[in-house]
Design a protein around this ligand. Structure first.
Ligand code: GDD
Length: 315
């Protein structure tokens, strides 16, 4: 069994590769020439890397012809919401064109590859109070260019399944975190600030944006197990929420992190961290996925956040 992981050097990609190797799967991953290798350095002897620009159809066609994977975990993306405000078309081009190129190559070579597409709870966007926990049937009311790019990826998955019978599973994953999470994202950003304060690298002031938003966090190690099950047991063409089924405010998440530290830390709002529009609440219902695959999140949020803080302490 051979799996192709796009974006293997990223946060989720590196955990996905570790999980697949434990299943005895042969792992091939795509990187770009500017990819950082620190998350996968320990795996280099066990995986094969291919340099590929996913936005370039020729590059993707060559990749697919060469690898001919049984499974694809399509994780490569511009995944930071604020970047999509600064450069909307780049996010849309990167996320949408990359996926179309993969689908087109699979279709043209007539492969029966099973593909998992990393869609997002951001697609739900504005959610009414009576719509939580959110089911897959909820209307999509995206609130950022990033969310739009993920809606496009999601519906392209549906369309290529309907039009050509490609084996596509759309996973709508709610927020996820854990060791190696990029420092831009809120959990990692706050954990790194605390670790830097503990090391005396920064004064005891922690900068924050909107603390009122509510998010549903799952551990990345539970998420990659879900992606594996999605291809093993998911129904082609379907969409599945991957979530914990609980949520907390960003303020509560921060309070938990601060409770792990002995430092006295002042919390200060930094207006540059506020967004033109923020999704107020994301709380997912993962029942559909559970019924189909038996998946449930296993790692408690406290453990995830402790592991994340320890990760930054060790950097
Ligand atoms: N990044 C960041 N930095 N966010 C902050 C900060 C801060 O200093 N302070 C408050 N927040 C708030 C944001 O306004 C948002 O409401 C929430 O924390 C989470 O922000 P992010 O961690 O940047 O994640 P996200 O919810 O925008 O998007 C993540 O989850 C999606 C799934 O719902 C990303 O991982 C996406 O790629 C993913 O699709």
């Amino acid at each position: 069994m051979k799996a192709l992981v796009t974006g293997i050097s990223g946060f989720v990609g590196s955990h996905m590769a570790e999980y697949l190797l434990r299943q005895g799967v042969e792992v091939v991953g795509t990187i770009r020439n500017r990819s950082r290798m620190e998350h996968i350095r320990h795996l280099l002897k066990d995986i094969r890397l291919v340099e590929c620009e996913l936005r370039d159809p020729f590059s993707v066609e060559t990749l697919i012809d060469d690898v001919r994977p049984d499974l694809i975990f399509h994780l490569a993306a511009q995944s930071f919401v604020p970047t999509s405000w600064n450069s909307p078309i780049d996010t849309i081009h990167n996320n949408v064109a990359g996926q179309v190129n993969i689908f087109e190559a699979i279709r043209r070579f007539g492969l029966d590859t099973k593909m998992q597409i990393a869609c997002s709870s951001e697609e739900y966007g504005h959610v009414e109070a009576n719509e939580v926990p959110i089911k897959e049937t909820n209307p999509l009311r995206p609130l950022s260019p990033y969310a739009i790019s993920k809606v496009a990826q999601d519906y392209l998955g549906y369309q290529y399944y309907k039009s050509y019978g490609l084996h596509v599973i759309r996973t709508r994953t709610f927020n996820h975190t854990g060791p190696r999470r990029g420092e831009n994202f809120v959990t990692s950003n706050f954990a790194k600030q605390i670790a830097d304060i503990e090391k005396g690298k920064k004064p005891p002031v922690l900068h924050v944006g909107n603390l009122e938003a509510k998010r549903d966090f799952t551990d990345v190690r539970d998420v990659v197990r879900a992606y594996w099950l999605a291809l093993e047991k998911g129904e082609p063409g379907e969409d599945y929420n991957i979530a914990s089924g609980t949520c907390c405010t960003i303020a509560e998440m921060l309070a938990l992190l601060l409770s792990f530290s002995k430092e006295k830390i002042e919390v200060k709002t930094d207006p540059s961290r506020l967004r033109p529009s923020d999704v107020e609440i994301l709380l997912g219902d993962y029942e559909k996925f559970h019924k189909r695959t038996g998946w449930r999140p296993e790692i408690p949020f406290e453990q995830t956040m402790r592991d994340l803080l320890d990760y930054w302490r060790a950097q």
